[in-house]
Unconditional design. Structure first.
Ligand SMILES: Cc1ncc(C[n+]2csc(CCOP(=O)(O)OP(=O)(O)O)c2C)c(N)n1
Ligand code: SF4
Ligand SMILES: [Mg+2]
Length: 316
């Protein structure tokens, strides 16, 4: 019969290196692109997702975010491959399920910056329901959807943002279903920060990602990102270099006015770029933290076994 172990066995061997704590933030150098880049991005040359990735690196460098303080989460799709390309914690999760996974991280580790990246299919088709629920719960994270109006990874199927008439492998005669409007959907679902940008304007992408990161709540950024392989030229009308128009949100727009935000979102393509909607509301993170603190207060000073005993006594 084996002996019952009542205490931990003595450690054997020498501990040669003990990980040291990082120096204080103000003494650390911002992370460089070299320190942040992991696998070489596998996107097709010219894909809009390249610039979004480069601007994510820039954001991390500019705002002095550290490896141990960021997490990069994604579902499945070309745009969802970011976690492979970023040298930080993160997960390339199930198609459409990035948001619930990210929600768990955000709620359990409120000290982290949780960034979620994905595509229009991942966000609004298979992940459509998760999008609505994460937005309404106002869970703190930044969600950047690289909208290319097509399923890129699986080689050209109609997506929920493909315009009517778009010819694809699933709609060889042209798309017949009315596309969704991501901005309207985000506002209606309860997102507390809703912005729109395009990969062809890097400064604007960075500005929107930064504002989104600073928002205390669920922040959503729709970033037009051209799929040069399966929907070339989709966004030319929004690109001044291709003869299009890049119109920023009018300076007198009230970002707290929901109806005004819908109105902006209702403009025909290319519409406006900038922050459409931004309001302050308590986050689920804050509400859960308050519940936890109140519960801990009730058992303050008690040992674990005493808390258990109290629970058993209540069951009697
Ligand atoms: C459950 C499940 N269904 C379908 C797929 C196949 N699939 C992978 S990515 C994808 C669509 C991706 O489109 P989008 O999110 O727009 O990303 P993009 O590749 O355009 O960046 C689909 C249908 C899958 N991987 N898992
Ligand atoms: S298929 Fe389209 S979305 Fe995917 S990497 Fe190539 S250009 Fe980008
Ligand atoms: Mg897509």
């Amino acid at each position: 019969m084996s002996a019952i172990l009542t205490e931990a066995p003595p450690r054997t061997g020498n501990i040669t290196s003990v990980p040291s704590a990082p120096p204080p933030s103000d003494q650390r150098k911002p992370l460089s692109k070299k320190e942040l880049a992991a696998d070489h991005p596998t996107s097709c040359p010219g894909c809009g997702d390249f610039s979004v990735l480069a601007l994510y690196f820039k954001l991390i460098e500019k705002r002095k975010l550290w490896h141990e303080k960021i997490t990069t989460i994604a579902g499945i799709g070309c745009s969802s491959r970011f976690p492979y390309f970023v040298q930080a914690h993160g997960a390339h999760y199930i198609h459409g399920r990035a948001l619930p996974f990210a929600s768990g991280i955000s709620l359990s580790r409120p000290d982290l910056h949780v960034f979620v990246f994905g595509g229009d299919g991942d966000a609004f088709s298979i992940g459509g329901n998760h999008f609505n629920h994460t937005a309404r719960k106002n869970i703190k994270m930044t969600y950047v959807v690289m909208d290319n109006w097509v399923y890129g990874l699986t080689k050209k199927q109609t997506s929920p943002t493909s315009p009517l008439g778009f010819k694809s492998k699933t709609d060889p005669w042209g798309a017949v279903d009315y596309p969704i409007n991501p901005m309207k959907q985000a506002i209606a679902a309860g997102a507390t920060f809703v912005a729109r940008t395009t990969h062809t304007n890097p400064n604007h992408v960075l500005q929107m990602m930064e504002a989104a990161m600073d928002h205390d709540g669920f922040s959503f950024v729709e970033c037009l990102s051209e799929c040069v392989e399966f929907y070339e030229g989709a966004f030319d009308a929004s690109n001044p270099r291709k003869g299009g128009a890049f119109n920023v949100v009018p300076a007198d727009h009230d970002v707290t006015n929901e109806m005004a935000a819908y109105k902006l979102a209702d403009e025909p393509f290319p519409g406006y770029f900038g922050i459409f909607y931004k309001v302050t509301k308590p986050t689920k993170n804050a509400k859960e933290a308050a519940i936890g603190a109140a519960a801990r207060e009730k058992v303050k000073g008690l040992k674990d076994w005493q808390i258990l005993q109290q629970t058993f006594d209540k069951l009697k």
